[in-house]
Design a protein around this ligand. Structure first.
Ligand code: NAG
Ligand code: NAG
Ligand code: NAG
Ligand code: NAG
Ligand code: NAG
Ligand code: NAG
Ligand code: NAG
Ligand code: NAG
Ligand code: NAG
Ligand code: NAG
Length: 881
């Protein structure tokens, strides 16, 4: 076994290179300039609170709080603790603009930030190319959506419309430093061409307010760094709408401007950011605030025409890809400082529907009303949780609430906007990759917003019904690239186990079971975009050979280990669902899924050492850890070595993507060696018992092999629970929060995926879900007291309280617990408390407890197969098959 090694990082020297983009190596790091982050925080005292600050903060965060300070009715806006700009640099790809919860319309200023602007805006100093109305938050891959950007010039040089700059290659203009402000439902920015843009949204439309500042004094700085005195540009605003999208994927399209009314309508066909196929989008823009002076169209840089008000192939025009669109030049607004408003209706169905969406949702053009409605919707979603922030650092509140907020940006509610089939079911999209979201985001929705989670599951099932397989990744009505297993299976079982009865009955579980069985049994022709591959081998051999030839469909022949580990867990959740549905009748519930759930063992090479080099050409070193997952041939041999550390921050970080040929995906064999959420007791034994397991898991985190910027690492923070060391889970949660999850512009360690915030939210509330099981692993919360509305009876609350909360953050170890007044020694709880309400109270201490949560009977459940399945000779038997 040869090992090409890069140096091992010393413990605690964590090299967290953000993983920005699946499949493409990082090109360059963007410069970061610091925008005013939290305007609220500047209004509150810093650090720990005392005296008035403390009381004030308590009032602020604890409306109708029923804790010890009951009776206090002062309410404050929790939205003050939401900073949408967190995660807008260094690979976070967070969308910071105006959106409703799960909103289709997502308006923001798009910046020309190569490889960083997946969600449109980046907190760097690149110029702004326009304002567009739909985005996805937190994705890797290519930039998503960003169709139909509008751009505003205060006037054109020499008052000649031909001298204005039209295309995305020419027109971008720098922002005024420190001018960005973002809060739920609102985004604003000042540009150096004197334009100030503010935006807000409804579900399917965006409303912009453009003001023109100091038009008689400023200079215009254009992207090519020409400086033109604003005096040379007579005030006569020109607004253009471009058919381009953020990744410049448009294949066709058309646009028309009506000179009398100023309405601009158009459509185009585009590609999804991380998937196959195309989608069509439509818009309908209206303007208000100034008289129309001239209208026209443009195609590319040089061809700008007045009076040609329509571009489409039907009109005989060939519209090249790239920038092309329509423009309106306005007279100066009648009164000084009158803004020009733009209202943009959106649809995936038709132009008519786009216009109707705008007219229905924004007939009054009432910017303040719409913004206030948006804030109300956000408050309603978030107020199911209340935090007593007394004594906690204020940054913790911002980290917590901002994380929760980001979790609700996607999947997006496209109900009544689905052109693919007619159905009375809800339709949600932007399930960009369930591989990311099944671990924490969907479990969080099962507590925070089970109603919407129900709609999302129904949407998944409707997709299955019409397309034949559940998606793993999906965006913009297209199938996305499947990164690992069929993890919608986990989402479905997790939801089954957790919904309150009234919502439970809204899902057709017979259909759900047939959907997950299809994942397990039917290999689609193209399994890179749905379902699973190599199913024949999975069923017969019990693993995926790296050289498998028995496959039915086609897909990238790679990731055999990581797909295998995920298929095993997926099969376990299928077994759980089947067992629940069959109501005790074993015939309906083939235990084959339980047996396949142990297949991960067949990738386990018990002799594999952990080899590495400290210098590229230095000697091969090894740790004492032996036994790792390895690629296996169809004849059962472990004859294709993959470094245990490949695809981790310490070795070849960016070598494991969808189609890069290695046998794990976006993570190392080290990482995948822990992904056995259903058989942890078996894993602990394999790793030489609890001590050996704890040594390994500790090394994983200390060595820097763990990469918290990707969702697979989440559960590993808490798996110490399975080896009777729940205190170490708390220790590591505190290592990562706030050092990697904080309130900075780069305050998340990787692509957000609308999932990073779910990790910090769960970790800070003190219970982490083992997705797909009725299990939450307990750690002390980061706050004194947390209240969560029970999902079955919203009048009841779940209260989690630390009796001797430590403002210094030193007492992070549970010493004893009481559940509803009774002594509780298990280190995990079930979902029941979140359904019905209840109280969980802790005494915490500065040292790990030797008694709480450590007994065999206190550990979370693990499936232990019957003896014979554990035998080594079974492996040999399979090996020689
Ligand atoms: C942006 O414009 C607004 C409105 O004129 C102004 O109040 C604000 O100070 C400007 N911000 C910056 C950083 O110039
Ligand atoms: C700009 O200056 C011109 C000439 O001085 C004046 O007529 C006009 O009112 C000014 N416009 C604004 C918006 O201040
Ligand atoms: C324009 O100026 C900015 C600094 O103000 C600089 O970073 C950028 O490279 C310049 N762009 C061009 C095209 O010269
Ligand atoms: C410019 O656009 C007009 C219509 O707007 C079209 O007729 C003409 O062919 C275009 N010219 C070039 C060089 O693309
Ligand atoms: C949906 O139904 C409408 C009205 O019957 C029909 O025009 C349309 O083609 C249908 N769409 C699809 C995708 O079947
Ligand atoms: C989704 O959108 C539809 C149509 O706009 C709406 O009726 C429905 O209530 C929304 N669903 C959720 C869960 O918000
Ligand atoms: C549930 O789904 C099954 C399987 O597709 C179907 O046969 C049945 O009619 C559905 N039940 C309802 C109530 O829609
Ligand atoms: C593979 O294809 C064969 C022939 O079409 C079919 O019978 C079998 O069920 C398929 N197997 C899987 C796992 O999809
Ligand atoms: C905040 O998190 C980021 C990304 O994880 C990290 O790089 C940075 O050092 C953290 N900042 C602080 C102040 O801890
Ligand atoms: C094969 C190999 O290099 N084994 C070494 C692993 O590391 C220990 C010390 O930790 C050595 O004693 C072994 O020789």
């Amino acid at each position: 076994m040869k090992d090409k090694k890069s140096p091992l990082l010393k413990p605690t020297t964590m090299a967290f290179t953000p993983l920005r983009f699946r499949g493409v190596p990082r090109r360059s790091r963007v410069l970061v300039y610091i925008v005013l982050i939290i305007f609220l925080i500047s209004l509150l005292p810093k650090g720990h609170f005392g005296g008035i600050g403390k009381t004030l903060l308590f009032f602020l965060v604890s409306p109708e709080f029923a804790g010890p300070y009951n009776g206090n009715s002062q309410k404050v806006d929790i939205l003050r603790y939401v900073d949408p700009l967190i995660g807008t640099t260094n690979g976070g790809h967070v969308f910071p603009g105006a959106s409703l919860p799960y909103g289709m319309a997502k308006a923001v200023a798009d910046t020309l930030s190569p490889a960083e602007n997946a969600a449109g805006f980046v907190s760097d100093d690149n110029p702004v190319l326009g304002f567009s109305h739909m985005h996805d938050s937190g994705t890797g891959g290519q930039p998503s959506l960003g169709n139909f950007p509008i751009f505003v010039h205060p006037g054109c040089p020499d008052d000649d419309f031909k001298k204005c700059l039209y295309t995305v290659y020419d027109r971008p203009v720098y922002r005024v430093p420190d001018s960005v402000y973002a809060s739920p439902g609102y985004f604003s920015i000042n540009l150096t061409n004197s334009v100030r843009a503010e935006m807000t949204v409804t579900q399917h439309a965006a409303l912009y307010r453009f003001s023109f500042l100091n038009v008689n004094q400023s200079t215009v700085t254009l992207y090519n760094n020409q400086s033109i005195k604003i005096g040379d540009v007579p005030y006569s605003p020109l607004i253009l709408v471009d058919l381009i999208d953020l990744m410049n994927s448009r294949q066709m399209g058309g646009i028309q401007v009506y000179p009398e009314t100023g309405r601009v309508i158009g459509q185009g066909k585009y590609s999804p950011s991380f998937g196959s196929g195309t989608y069509q989008a439509f818009f309908c823009a209206d303007f208000k605030g100034a008289q129309i002076r001239k209208t026209g169209t443009f195609m590319g840089t040089s061809n700008v025409t007045e009076g040609v008000n329509k571009l489409d192939s039907a009109g005989g025009f060939y519209i090249p890809s790239g920038s092309a669109g329509a423009w309106i030049q306005f007279e100066p607004p009648p009164k000084e400082n009158t803004p020009i408003m733009a209202r943009v209706g959106l649809s995936f169905m038709s132009i008519d529907q786009a216009c109707n969406n705008a007219e229905n949702e924004m007939s009054d053009w009432g910017f303040e009303r719409i913004e206030s409605d948006a804030r109300k919707q956000w408050r309603e979603k978030l107020e199911v949780i209340q935090i007593d922030g007394t004594d906690a650092p204020e940054e913790y509140l911002t980290t917590f609430w901002s994380g929760l907020y980001r979790t609700l940006l996607s999947p997006q509610n496209y109900t009544s906007e689905n052109p693919l089939w007619n159905s009375s079911e809800p339709y949600f999209d932007s399930f960009y990759c369930i591989w990311d979201s099944f671990r924490a985001q969907h479990p969080l929705l099962n507590i925070l917003d089970p109603q919407t989670q129900t709609s999302m599951v129904r949407a998944l099932l409707d997709i299955y019904l019409h397309e034949g397989h559940l998606p793993d990744c999906r965006m913009s009505f297209c199938k996305g690239f499947t990164q690992g297993g069929s993890n919608a299976d986990v989402v479905i079982t997790d939801t089954y186990l957790k919904l309150p009865p009234s919502l439970h009955s809204q899902i057709n579980w017979t259909l759900a079971y047939s959907a997950v069985l299809t994942d397990a049994e039917v290999e689609p022709p193209s399994w890179g975009i749905a379902g699973r591959g190599n199913l024949h081998a999975w069923h017969i051999l019990g693993y995926i050979p790296y050289d498998d030839v028995s496959k039915n469909g086609t897909g990238p022949q790679s990731r055999s280990i990581s797909r295998g580990f995920e298929y095993a867990y997926n099969d376990y959740t299928i077994w759980v669902l089947g067992q629940r549905l069959s109501r005790g009748n074993d015939d309906d519930n083939p235990s084959v899924y339980l047996s396949r759930s142990t297949n991960w063992r067949n990738f386990w090479n018990p002799n594999q050492k952990d080899l590495y080099r400290e210098e590229p050409s230095g000697p091969v070193l090894n740790t004492s850890f032996v036994g790792f997952p390895q690629p296996r041939s169809s004849t059962g041999q472990f004859d294709k070595y993959q470094s245990t550390r490949s695809c981790s921050p310490v070795h070849d970080m960016h070598s494991c993507y969808f189609d890069t040929g290695l046998e794990t995906y976006e993570g190392s064999p080290w990482l995948y060696s822990f992904f056995v959420p259903h058989q942890m007791s078996t894993l602990v034994s394999l790793m030489d018992g609890p001590e050996g397991f704890v040594d390994r898991l500790t090394y994983f985190h200390e060595s820097g092999i763990a990469y918290m910027g990707n969702e697979q690492s989440f559960l590993t923070v808490f798996q110490f629970h399975y080896a009777s060391r729940p205190g170490l889970s708390s220790y590591w949660a505190h290592q990562y929060i706030p050092s990697l999850f904080n309130t900075s512009l780069n305050g998340i360690p990787g692509n957000d995926d609308c999932a990073m915030g779910a990790f910090s939210a769960f970790a800070m509330m003190g219970f982490f879900p083992v997705a797909g099981q009725d299990v939450y692993l307990l750690t002390p919360p980061f706050f004194k007291e947390i209240k969560i509305r029970a999902t079955e009876n919203p009048k009841k609350w779940v209260i989690i309280r630390v009796r001797n909360f430590d403002p210094e953050g030193k007492r992070i170890y549970i010493q004893s617990a009481e559940l509803n007044g009774k002594k509780y020694t298990k280190n995990w709880i079930t979902h029941e408390i979140f359904l019905k309400g209840g109280t969980l109270e802790y005494i915490v201490g500065e040292q790990e407890s030797k008694t709480w949560g450590v007994g065999q009977q206190d550990l979370p459940p693990s499936y232990e197969p019957p003896e014979e399945e554990n035998e080594e000779d079974e492996l040999d038997e399979i090996g020689s098959w």
